[in-house]
Design a protein around this ligand. Structure first.
Ligand code: MCA
Ligand code: AMP
Length: 503
């Protein structure tokens, strides 16, 4: 038995003496060197006693070494569990407690804070910093440059990615080798990737967009990546002339449009700009086309499903739509109450079925049953509508979700903490328009009678429990929250009332 994901994505690097990753400091890492690094990490993981199916939790800065660690997880048949670098110790404790990884790798600077948590849940702790240094690298140094690849079936788990939940508890989406591989093939073909492509990679690699969509299409097509540690406008403009393709969240594109030097000339050599993870405003699409002559290609996906739809490569890309279903993926708009398929033009729940759809939520069989139908359709929580040409638009969300700069925030998780703060009777958290992040988190507090909550103290308290991107960008006070007759807080009313707060 082979290891399908390794064989298709990483094995070809063995023959590659040319540059696979170009780093911000000008280092060129060949395919062969990358694979040798991954092999050394695979040996190190095995020395720690990992067995196929064990989880490898990773909270490290983006680097070629971090990507090689993912490759090592695939090689050893273990389950890669990447974690946002801005998660706090309290958040990490939840993930380690839920996923019980055999190994936890974190930044050396965070190690003193996280060591007791790792020990509490029985994980061996190793460290890796953004420059590739740490105990993982130290132990890997003495290991051989080749390693056996663990055989596994296509439906073996390759990764668990946590997505926030409506109740405030994050859910671990279990993704199989076949889920990831089928999507990599579909996207590489849809977007015409080839070994001639050079992708400007400025996304984080702890989420689907940067780790799977961007890296996998490059790996499967033999393309090269300019592997930047994050999105910095100056660096992106510096490296853009060497690239042929860029992928990003809408904030990347609005930030580029704010730069005078970003012009038709600066992008003339580019083949493709792809956007996803959050709605790309039709006006951003139009401004980008007017400035550069490029029509951004918007696509739609989720952690649970990888990518579902894409605007076409050859024919018209329609602003405000996310295009058509990918090859092999069924995407229907259904009646949210009955699940019945709705005709073209009607608005309803988007449901997805295909080889890309995940296996379920880790340790949450009931949640899995609620969202994944027996017939294989996943109920996305996104509301959509097909137009007469078969292009899907996302018109809203049934799930109470905020997408800020491409990161998801579930209001409940923030409200639970705000409600505990001194002087706060209750709270509501909503997403409102923001010029940079698209949507921003706004916290609305109702003070206890005769008390006045201290926003500065609340801000400090939030820093210890919530990742920075989840924290409200502003806190406002209200005497009481608007509620309907059933007592439900009217979030639409709050969103409308505060829609100009950040404008
Ligand atoms: C950083 N901050 C944020 C965000 N990012 N706040 C809200 N939303 C954010 N997205 C905080 C910082 O901690 C900082 O806090 C302050 O806001 C300003 O930070 P700034 O330096 O401007 O931010 P940045 O470091 O430049 O990051 C912005 C970013 C980044 C480049 C847009 O958020 C990013 O890379 N987003 C991409 C997310 C992504 O890959 N999503 C894909 C998920 P302070 O200064 O106060 O400490 S996968 C997915 O959604 C599905 C599957 C799909 O379809 O792809
Ligand atoms: P995540 O939970 O991080 O996987 O985010 C998935 C959610 O991001 C989807 O359910 C959508 O609500 C949203 N999303 C992804 N791509 C797009 C897009 N192109 N337009 C609008 N929303 C999107």
């Amino acid at each position: 038995m082979a290891n399908p994901l390794f064989d298709a994505l990483f094995q070809p690097l063995e023959q590659r003496d040319s540059c696979f990753l170009l780093t911000q400091d000008g280092q060129e890492i060949t395919g062969r060197a990358f694979l040798a690094m991954a092999a050394r990490y695979a040996h190190t993981l095995r020395t720690c006693g990992v067995a196929p199916g064990d989880r490898i939790a990773v909270q490290v800065h983006k680097s070629p070494e971090a990507l090689a660690l993912y490759c090592a997880a695939v090689m050893t048949g273990t389950v890669f569990l990447p974690l946002n670098t801005s998660y706090t110790a309290a958040e990490i404790a939840y993930f380690l407690g839920d996923a019980t990884p055999a190994v936890f790798i974190c930044d050396p600077q965070q190690a003193p804070k996280l060591a007791t948590i790792a020990a509490q849940f029985g994980a061996t702790m190793l460290t890796l910093d953004g420059a590739g240094r740490g105990s993982l690298a130290d132990q890997a140094n003495n290991q051989p440059d080749t390693a056996p690849v663990t055989a596994c079936a296509g439906d073996a788990l390759a990764a668990i990615l946590y997505t926030s939940g409506t109740t405030g508890r994050s859910k671990g989406a279990m993704l199989t080798q076949h889920n990831l591989l089928s999507n990599a093939f579909a996207l590489a073909e849809e977007w015409r990737f080839s070994a001639d492509d050079i992708l400007l990679h400025a996304l984080p690699i702890f989420h689907t967009h940067g780790l799977f969509v961007a890296s996998h299409v490059c790996l499967i097509s033999g393309a090269t990546m300019i592997f930047l540690p994050g999105f910095d406008t100056t660096q992106v403009l510096h490296f853009l002339p060497q690239a042929t393709v860029m992928m990003g969240v809408p904030t990347f594109y609005t930030r580029l449009l704010d730069e005078e030097g970003f012009s038709e000339q600066a992008t003339a050599h580019m083949r493709l700009f792809v956007s996803g993870s959050a709605p790309l405003l039709a006006e951003t699409h139009a401004a980008f086309a007017a400035r550069t002559g490029h029509a951004i290609l918007e696509r739609y996906g989720m952690t649970e499903t990888n990518m579902n739809t894409s605007n076409p490569y050859e024919t018209a890309r329609k602003p405000g739509t996310v295009g058509r279903p990918l090859q092999g993926v069924e995407v229907f708009v259904t009646d949210p109450a009955t699940g019945a398929h709705l005709p073209q033009g009607a608005i309803g729940m988007i449901e997805v079925r295909g080889p890309n759809v995940f296996k379920g939520y880790w340790n949450m069989p009931e949640k899995t049953r609620e969202e994944l139908r027996e017939n294989g359709f996943f109920i996305t929580g996104d509301l959509g509508r097909y137009d007469e040409d078969g292009y899907l638009s996302i018109v809203g969300r049934q799930k109470d979700l905020i997408i800020s700069g491409g990161y998801n925030v579930y209001p409940k998780e923030v409200e639970l903490i705000l409600d505990e703060q001194p002087g706060v009777l209750e709270s509501a958290v909503v997403g409102v328009p923001h010029p940079d992040f698209g949507e921003a988190v706004l916290g609305i507090l109702v003070p206890r009678p005769g008390q006045s909550p201290d926003p500065a103290a609340i801000d400090t308290a939030l820093r210890t429990s919530l990742a920075r991107f989840k924290q409200p960008k502003a806190l406002v006070m209200m005497e009481k929250l608007p509620r309907n007759r059933m007592g439900k807080v009217q979030k639409a009313e709050l969103r409308a009332a505060f829609s100009k707060h950040f404008q």
